[in-house]
Structure formats: structure tokens, C-alpha cells
Design a protein. Structure first.
Lengths: 609, 450
């Protein structure tokens, strides 16, 4: 008998979701972390959600994951982004009380009877005859398991840069892991190097906030989780300031001391999170950039300086911070830094996030080249679910691109690989008008229920909500209203962009809503009719895409045997091993004609030949 | 996806006048589509060549446009192993094109270059050695690359469409940015921008559709450019071939200051005839512009007629580039060029007198024969303007919906959803762009993120 069914290395956002999912699905789970103080830590921005990321959180929640409930329990400023646009792009975002967030997740896992904490340093992946057998710690002790989920974040050969100071660390002050990086490399996995960074933290007591405009959150609050009702908690405000020409000059005159610009850093950073150096050097025409001062909690003194990530030396950072109007006396509690780390090219993985070269080994989070807590958590959930599926001898769960952002995330990673840290955007979703935050439960909860991740209470809430939705959609077609002096149904009226639910309510269109959470019921009805014309027309397109996704390519299918495919295409397809014709079509460099040839060959394929 | 399940159509025979021309249909609906465009008493019988008339249902009166012989090859005993119908008509390219258009109107899709052969290959009918031409097609990542690889001569709408596609792409990227980066503190695009940009690109497409040309020179049909020294007789030749006195003919060198074009049906093949300003060092600004345009015209010409006045001495070497027919003009006058000079030219010249009409008929034949070596519209690796026009039509349909969405005040995500089809139609020519391309474009243009 194995010590554990599933072992998870790392207790960040990916690791916690993975451990939670596998445990809730009935597996005996060991979760390995260096310290209980850094569980579900937010080492960068103390916030959850944002465009597309908020969608991921709703989907994680609907599947039965932790993140949505954790942020609802500990959020200190909530905002629904893109409110002025249509419901498909509304995205929740919230500032977290960083300390309380980590504690909430740690307590949730600790309360889970199947979870055991392993406070130790992971060393090596153990295998026997090409079969995963367990994990060996750095101290030489070992545990056996049937599935292993590796979520090491930035710790694989992590190297922190502050000016010319370099220290091997996964995060500033925390030792990295070299042994695990070696162990992965020994499997023959293709690996690369990425870079990310974080801004300085300032002492709240050294800042005169009265000089800055306040940025407040929404009131009332729209929660992340489908299981949350009203959130009534003390909320904080953030402050907006701007960089100045003088500050830009400081960056320019010290640019030679930035590891990003003097060649000290080789890893590739995210373009959507430019360092201060990049902002100044790459966009010299822009005379100022936004900086947000964000408290890291209700009762801590650390202020996160959103927009000021850099890798300049400490003395330059001090000067730069104090050059900001209103921050003349600011004390830097922790300096900004850049960190370089190893990642595994995710094309090494199946759509279950399982390493093709070693079944039973799963990778999730930054180790797969992504950035962001939400992206990490979503992968952790997928990896945890599939680790449990493997343990139970069941088929992997693959979520489609037309079903969820989670599906897009995984498909993009394993099909296209990463050249820079991958972040989710709504523009990556070809079925964006379907994949909304309001219907994440309709899309995901039945899946979560099927695999045993959604408990009875969650399912009861969902069934009630689905019944309300059905009643509301039906009522919209039978309720007569008058808009612009024209008699019509509520359904047809709602499909006009200018007509709101409020107007129709005044005319007697009664919605059946959960009083504690009216937002979800209302949003789904609005969206279904606002987008109805478009969605109806695109049903055929979705059906076509599904047909291609439904045409499986056997695992033993040989591309080398097909004449007419170029060597590059054969190599690419052999490496990626797409699971379906649809996925094959998305592999970079594979031409439509090549896909047609593969499709024709697959339909004549005899397994094992 | 490169579908292999729908019905495709194209002209299957070599171009040129005379003999017969065959329009081929392949796919499950071949028989139905053929029946719909044919007026016939009897249903089609497998492998029997039978008589019929092709009817132009779109014409004012449903008139028969050609008498044809039709053969139906049921699957799997056909070239592609699918149901195939071959319609043999009288070879006029104009009529063959019309038949293809009629088939498209009844649900067929214009075959991609080499697609009949491709299907034969995919369906196991032939091996790749036989289908040599397919290899390039399979390797070409974008249609644009396919174009470049296979067809460099043709003057098409590619350039104009690429510009429209780029503008649309930029607009889409700005709209995407406004959705994905809502709290950057500035507007990537305003509602008015969207409306103006869409309007502008739509008009550009409508213009392209209306006269089927890009800019001034790129017209549908092969571009035949008349060039030569000042007063060599270019305008006279232009008039003789065009059959009308459009160009001003004088004895003063440099009279033709602009580029004159005329659509001419030359023995059944549509061409656009271009008279260029004399290629000499221009003495005034207007003429200089004319000369510049002339050079431009030559660069994209399918064929250049190099006119040399044989009544004047000609000493220099003759440098010819691309498909060229050399015309010795004024053959009614005594020849002033030594025979050994002419013999050293890389191409045999054709003597023509526009005054007497001598040699004009032979020149027309020669032009058609030279153009006939080209391969548009056929089941060979070439892409013709017809494809571009089909894509423009598709894009314009999508633009109607984009317009409707904007007019009704729909928000960005819905406008973007409606833009997808228009972009897909254009990207079929200019090459597919991924969400990563959109993001790259955004990050290059804007400083985004914290």
C-alpha cells in the first residue's frame, strides 16, 4: 500500500487547489511545503481576479475549487471591471487581506480529513521501470504515491536580482530548489527560463495619503463564489498616483545598473506586466504612468506599489520612490526585485496536465510557464482532478475551449507552448460571449458534480439556481411589454442593446431571483437575450468545432508514415501528440491542408498498426 | 479547416480560346448543382456523356449561355473518388467563368488551387509523387505564402486587401485592448473611432468590389502594358487593339502623360490594356508622374508589349524582363534597324502597322497565346482574382452585421464577435492571425500593465 494516493509538491495557489480537489474526490493526499506560513501566499499583487482571471476564478468555484470562497472570505476591496460593457466581459477583481487569505486556505485544507501536511523540502521524483513511485525529500526520506503533482512556482533554480545583488532564491529570502529541477531535466523534459518581478512595499505610516485621490470599491459587493451571499466587511480604499518626468530621468540615468538592461537577466518577462525600466525605455513618449498604492491587509503596514516593479539597486529604488510626489518621506519595507526561474515547456504535457514521458506525474502553475494566481489555481484544479482520476483508474477530464477559460488555458499551454509568461485574456476565447462569469456554474458545476468535487450542499444551491433560470427564460417569452411604443415580449425587448432589465421590471416582468445573490440570476437572463441573435447564428460554428474536437487521434498514431507532410509538421505533431483533429489544427505551423490529410488518415487508422 | 466534405468547382482545362473547356465539380452535391444549372430533359446517367444547355438563371431572361456535353462520374470511380460532374463547353473563358459562378451560387465552393488533386490524394486515389503540386500547398502556412510561392506574376487585389485587413486587425486589437485592459486610465478606441474605421474599410471593400481593381491599375483580367520610347507608336497600337480612339495621338514626343487603361475582350480573353507615358527622362512634373505610373504598371503586368519604331535607327541592346512581346511598329515604313541587330534580340519581334492593319491579327493571337500560358482559374497552384472577389463578398456580408451592431449601440465584445467573420474572410487571403498576434500588436502600440 502506498503512503498516499496523491502527493502535491508546493502549497501555492496551484498546489492548494490540486490537494483540495484530489482530497475531495476521495484520495489520500500529502501536500509538501517548506513552511506553513507561506500557504496560498500572494508574493506579488495582493489581489485576485481581473479581466479573464475573474472568469477563471468563477469557473474554479463552480467546479468545486477554493479560490472564489477564499477571496470572498478575505477580500477588502471588490470591483466589477468592465461594468459599462456587456455581461460577457464583466470580470470581478478584489484586493485580498493577504495574511487572512493564506490562513483561510490553509485552514480549509487542514480541516479536510484526507489531507496531510508534509513539512519538508522535496528533492527527487522517484520512478521504477518508467513508472512513477513517489517522492524523495532532500533529507533522503521518501514517501510513495500513485500520482504526483508538482507546483513549484518560481522555485526551480530561482535567482533573485536586486541591482547587481544576486541570490539563489525562489522568492526573496526563501531558498530555491535545484534538486527538483535536476530531477525534471533528467526525465528529458524541454525546459526554459522565465523572469518575473514584484514592486517595493512601503510603510503605510510614512505616507501622507491625504494628498492622493481615493479609489474605492463597489458597494454593494458582487461576490466571486456562487456559494457566497452578501459580503459585509470593512473595506479599504487604494490611492492613485502618477510617475513624473523627473522619475523617468532617474530611471534613464541609472539604466546601466538594471539587471534587465545590462544583460544580467536572460529570462523572458511578461509584456503585460512591464517593469518600470521597460515603461520608461520602451515608451519614451509617455510622460506619466499610473501607480496604485494598495494596502496588503486591514491591519498590516505594508503598502503594495502597483506599477513600480523593477530590478534596480536598493539605493536607486529609495531615490525613485521618494521622487514620487507625496512619497518624499516614504520608507521602503521591502525592495522590488526580479526573479528568474526554470519552467517546463508545457508542450511536454497532455491535456490532463500529465507529463507524457512519465504517466502519473502532473505539473501545474508557474512551472508550466504561466503567471498569475488564478492561472495557477485553475491548472492546480485540473491537475488535482486528473491525478485523482488516474488513481481511480478513470479517464482524464478534459475541459473544452468552448466550455471554459480553464479549457482554453490548458489547451493553449499544451498545444502552443510558452515563449513568455502566459496570462489569460478574454481575447483568447473564441467563444467569448458564451464563457461568462454569470453562467460559469451552468457550464462547470455539472462537471464538478460528476467527478465528485461538488458536494451535496453546493449541488442543491446550483439546482435551485438552474430551476430559477429556466423559469426566468420561459417567463421572458410570455411576458408582454411595450418598448418604444411597440408591443413585444420581454425576451425580444431585452435583445435590444438599449433596453435594460430595470425598464422591463417596471412593466411587470417579474424575475425569480435569490434575494441574497440577485446578480447571477439577473446577469444570465440579460446575457442570454442580449447575445441571443449572435449565439444562435454561431451554434453551427460551435457544432463544427465540436465535431473536430470529437475526432480523436489515437495515442499510437504515427505521423512519420504519412507521405506529403513536411518534416517540420511531422516533428511538431509527433512532439505535441494532439488528442483530437481540432487540437492538431491549432498546433503552430500546421497547415489546414496538412490537417485534412491527417484527418483522412486517422479515419482509416487501425490501432496498433 | 481545409474541408474535404463539401462540393468544389473550378475550370479544369488549359486556358485559351478554341477547342473545348471543362468545368469540373467534385463532392456530394455535384450532381444536384450540375442539374440545377443545366436545362435537360433526362437525369444524368453515370459515365454517359450527354448533351445539355447551361442556363443563366440570374440573367433577366433565363437564357442558355452555352451548349455543353455533361458527364457524371459517381463515387468512387472518378478522379477524386467523389461524385464528379464534368461540363464540357465551348471554351470561351468568359462562359466557363460564368458556369463556375453559377455553380458557386448553387452552393459549390470555388476550389482551392490544386484542390481536386489534393482530394484525389487525401482519398487515396493517387500517391504524392503523382501529386507533386500538392506538396507546396500542404507546406504553405498562410494563403499569402502560397500565393508568393506559386504565383508571382498575377496582378490581383492582394495588396489592397492586405491594407484593409491590416486596418481591421488594428481596430480589433484596440477593441480587444479596451476589454482586456479597462483600468489603464486611457481610451484605446472611442465609439466614434470604431464607427469611422468600420465605415472607411467598408467603403474601401465596396470600391474594390465595384470595379474589381486595386488602385488605378490592378483590374480584373490580365494586365497588358504597352511600353516603349516616346513616339514609338504606343498610343496608335493601344487604339488599334482597343478598337477606339481613346489615346491622343500626335507626333510630339511626350503627348501621353498619364496611364490610359481600357478593358478589352481579346479573342474571348478579358484583358486590361495599358498605354504608358513614354519612358524617357520627363521634363515636367505631370509627365514625371506619368512615367512613374508607367513603371509601376510594368511591374505588375502579366505581359508587356515593347514597341520599337522600326523606321528609326535602334542601336542599343534590348533588355527584356518578364513576359514580353516585342512589336516593331510602323511596318508600312522602310526598316531602319539592321537585321543582325534584330536577330540578336532575345525575342522574335512581330511587325505591325496600325495604319494598314498588317500584323495586328497575328499580334492578337500572340498576346492570347502568351497569356494562355498562365494558370488562373484552373486546378493548378494559382490563385485568381475570382477568389479575392468571393472573399470580399463574404467580408461585405459580415460588414452588414458589424454595421447593424454598431448602429444599435452594441458594446465592444459584440462588435468584435461580428468582426470575426469579416476578418476570417480577409485572412483567407492575407494569412490567419492568432490571439497572440493581437496581443503582440497591443503591447507594441501601448504601454500596458502594472
Amino acid at each position: 500500500m502506498n503512503d498516499f494516493d496523491v502527493i502535491v509538491i508546493g502549497a501555492g495557489h496551484a498546489g492548494c487547489e490540486a490537494a483540495w480537489a484530489a482530497a475531495r474526490m476521495g484520495c489520500r493526499v500529502g501536500i509538501c511545503t517548506i513552511s506553513m506560513d507561506t500557504v496560498a501566499l500572494m508574493p506579488c499583487n495582493p489581489a485576485v481576479g481581473g479581466t479573464a482571471k475573474g472568469h477563471l476564478v468563477r469557473e474554479i468555484d463552480a467546479l468545486g475549487g477554493l479560490m472564489g470562497r477564499a477571496i470572498d472570505a478575505t477580500g477588502i476591496q471588490f470591483k466589477m471591471l468592465n461594468r459599462s460593457r456587456g455581461p460577457a466581459v464583466w470580470s470581478p477583481r478584489a484586493q485580498a487581506d493577504k495574511r487572512r487569505y493564506g490562513a483561510w486556505v490553509r485552514d480549509a485544507l487542514t480541516a479536510c480529513p484526507n489531507v496531510t501536511w508534509l513539512i519538508n523540502r522535496a528533492g527527487r521524483i522517484a520512478q521504477h521501470d518508467g513508472r512513477l513511485t513517489g517522492l524523495v525529500f532532500e533529507d533522503g526520506s521518501a514517501v510513495s504515491c500513485r500520482a504526483l503533482v508538482v507546483t513549484t512556482g518560481t522555485f526551480l533554480n530561482g535567482l533573485v536580482h536586486i541591482g547587481d545583488e544576486q541570490s539563489p532564491s525562489g522568492r526573496a529570502g526563501e531558498p530555491p530548489t535545484q534538486a527538483l529541477a535536476e530531477s525534471l531535466r533528467a526525465l528529458g523534459l524541454e525546459m526554459g527560463r522565465l523572469k518575473t518581478g514584484t514592486p517595493p512595499r512601503l510603510d503605510r505610516r510614512s505616507i501622507d495619503f491625504t494628498r492622493f485621490p481615493e479609489e474605492r470599491g463597489d458597494d454593494p459587493i458582487v461576490p466571486f463564489s456562487f456559494l457566497s451571499s452578501r459580503i459585509e466587511r470593512e473595506q479599504i480604499c487604494c490611492h492613485l498616483i502618477h510617475t513624473t518626468a523627473e522619475l523617468h530621468d532617474l530611471v534613464r540615468s541609472n539604466i546601466g545598473r538594471s539587471p534587465l538592461y545590462n544583460g544580467q537577466i536572460a529570462g523572458i518577462g511578461p509584456r503585460y506586466c512591464p517593469s518600470l525600466e521597460d515603461k520608461v525605455m520602451r515608451f519614451p513618449d509617455k510622460d506619466r504612468h499610473q501607480i496604485f498604492l494598495e494596502p496588503e491587509g486591514l491591519d498590516v503596514d505594508e503598502i503594495y506599489v502597483n506599477g513600480l516593479s523593477m530590478s534596480l539597486p536598493r539605493d536607486v529604488q529609495d531615490t525613485i520612490v521618494r521622487a514620487l510626489p507625496g512619497l518624499e518621506h516614504a520608507r521602503v519595507l521591502r525592495h522590488a526585485y526580479a526573479v528568474e526561474y526554470d519552467f517546463v515547456q508545457p508542450t511536454e504535457l497532455t491535456r490532463a496536465l500529465e507529463v507524457k514521458a512519465l504517466p502519473g506525474l502532473f505539473l501545474a502553475g508557474q512551472i508550466n510557464g504561466t503567471s498569475g494566481y488564478e492561472e495557477a489555481a485553475a491548472q492546480g484544479l485540473v491537475a488535482g482532478i486528473n491525478a485523482a482520476q488516474r488513481v481511480k483508474g478513470r479517464a482524464p477530464i478534459v475541459i473544452g475551449r468552448d466550455e471554459a477559460y480553464v479549457g482554453i488555458l490548458v489547451d493553449d499551454l499544451v498545444t502552443r507552448g510558452c515563449l513568455e509568461p502566459y496570462r489569460m485574456f478574454t481575447s483568447r476565447a473564441e467563444h467569448r460571449l458564451r464563457l461568462r462569469i454569470d453562467n460559469a456554474d451552468v457550464r462547470m458545476t455539472p462537471i464538478g458534480r460528476d467527478i465528485g468535487l461538488v458536494d451535496d450542499e453546493h449541488w442543491r444551491v446550483f439546482e435551485a439556481r438552474r430551476a430559477r433560470l429556466d423559469r426566468n427564460l420561459a417567463a421572458a417569452w410570455t411576458t408582454k411589454v411595450t418598448v418604444q411604443n411597440e408591443g413585444t415580449t420581454a425576451a425580444q425587448a431585452l435583445s435590444r442593446p438599449s433596453v435594460t432589465l430595470e425598464e422591463l421590471r417596471a412593466q411587470g416582468f417579474e424575475l425569480d431571483v435569490d434575494e441574497a445573490r440577485a446578480d447571477v440570476d439577473e446577469a444570465t437572463v440579460t446575457a442570454e437575450f442580449k447575445y441571443r441573435g449572435y449565439l444562435k447564428r454561431h451554434d453551427a460554428q460551435v457544432a463544427r468545432a465540436r465535431a473536430d474536437e470529437g475526432r480523436a487521434i489515437p495515442g499510437d498514431f504515427s505521423y512519420r508514415a504519412i507521405p506529403g507532410l513536411s518534416r517540420e509538421i511531422v516533428e511538431r505533431l509527433t512532439q505535441i501528440r494532439p488528442g483530437t483533429i481540432g487540437q492538431a489544427a491549432r498546433v503552430p505551423g500546421v497547415t489546414p491542408a496538412a490537417v485534412a490529410i491527417v484527418a483522412a488518415r486517422v479515419s482509416r487508422h487501425v490501432p496498433g498498426v | 479547416m481545409f474541408s474535404t466534405s463539401d462540393t468544389i468547382v473550378a475550370i479544369a482545362t488549359a486556358p485559351g480560346r478554341g477547342g473545348i473547356g471543362v468545368v469540373r465539380l467534385s463532392g456530394p452535391a455535384s450532381r444536384d448543382i450540375a442539374s440545377a444549372i443545366l436545362r435537360r430533359e433526362e437525369p444524368l446517367v453515370p459515365r454517359m456523356a450527354t448533351f445539355g444547355r447551361v442556363v443563366d438563371l440570374d440573367a433577366d431572361r433565363q437564357r442558355a449561355i452555352d451548349e455543353v456535353v455533361v458527364t457524371f462520374f459517381p463515387a468512387p470511380h472518378s478522379y477524386t473518388t467523389e461524385d464528379v460532374v464534368e461540363i464540357a463547353g465551348h471554351g470561351s473563358p468568359v462562359l466557363l467563368e460564368r458556369m463556375v459562378q453559377l455553380a458557386i451560387a448553387r452552393g459549390a465552393r470555388l476550389a482551392n488551387p490544386g484542390e481536386f488533386t489534393f482530394r484525389a490524394y487525401v482519398n487515396g486515389r493517387i500517391d504524392l509523387v503523382q501529386a507533386e503540386a500538392v506538396a507546396d500547398l500542404v507546406d504553405a502556412v498562410t494563403p499569402l505564402q502560397a500565393r508568393a510561392a506559386m504565383d508571382q506574376l498575377e496582378g490581383t487585389l492582394t495588396t489592397a486587401l492586405t491594407a484593409i485587413d491590416a486596418a481591421l486587425f488594428d481596430l480589433a486589437a484596440r477593441l480587444e485592448a479596451s476589454l482586456d485592459f479597462p483600468d489603464e486610465g486611457f481610451h484605446f478606441v472611442t465609439r466614434e473611432d470604431v464607427r469611422a474605421d468600420i465605415d472607411q474599410q467598408r467603403q474601401a471593400l465596396v470600391r474594390l468590389r465595384q470595379d474589381g481593381r486595386a488602385g488605378r491599375l490592378l483590374r480584373e483580367g490580365s494586365l497588358v502594358v504597352i511600353s516603349g520610347r516616346p513616339n514609338a507608336g504606343k498610343s496608335s497600337l493601344f487604339n488599334a487593339l482597343a478598337g477606339a480612339s481613346r489615346a491622343i495621338v500626335t507626333d510630339i514626343p511626350g503627348t501621353t502623360r498619364d496611364v490610359l487603361t481600357e478593358r478589352v475582350d481579346l479573342l474571348g480573353i478579358p484583358i486590361t490594356l495599358v498605354d504608358t507615358a513614354g519612358l524617357r527622362d520627363a521634363t515636367d512634373a505631370i509627365e514625371a508622374e506619368g512615367v512613374a505610373r508607367a513603371r509601376q504598371a510594368q511591374e505588375i503586368a502579366a505581359l508587356t508589349l515593347v514597341v520599337i519604331d522600326q523606321s528609326e535607327p535602334f542601336a542599343g541592346a534590348l533588355d527584356l524582363d518578364g513576359p514580353v512581346v516585342v512589336v516593331l511598329s510602323k511596318s508600312d515604313l522602310p526598316c531602319a534597324i539592321p537585321l543582325e541587330v534584330i536577330a540578336a534580340w532575345p525575342a522574335r519581334p512581330m511587325a505591325v502597322s496600325t495604319k494598314t492593319g498588317d500584323g495586328l491579327r497575328a499580334l492578337r493571337d500572340q498576346i492570347v497565346a502568351t497569356l494562355g500560358a498562365r494558370d488562373d482559374w484552373r486546378d493548378v497552384p494559382a490563385i485568381s482574382n475570382v477568389r479575392h472577389l468571393a472573399q470580399i463578398d463574404q467580408a461585405l456580408e459580415a460588414f452588414d452585421r458589424i454595421d447593424a451592431a454598431i448602429q444599435s449601440g452594441a458594446s465592444e465584445e459584440l462588435v468584435l464577435a461580428e468582426m470575426v467573420e469579416a476578418r476570417e474572410a480577409l485572412e483567407a487571403i492575407t494569412g490567419h492571425k492568432t490571439p497572440d498576434d493581437v496581443l503582440r500588436h497591443i503591447f507594441e502600440r501601448f504601454c500596458i500593465g502594472k
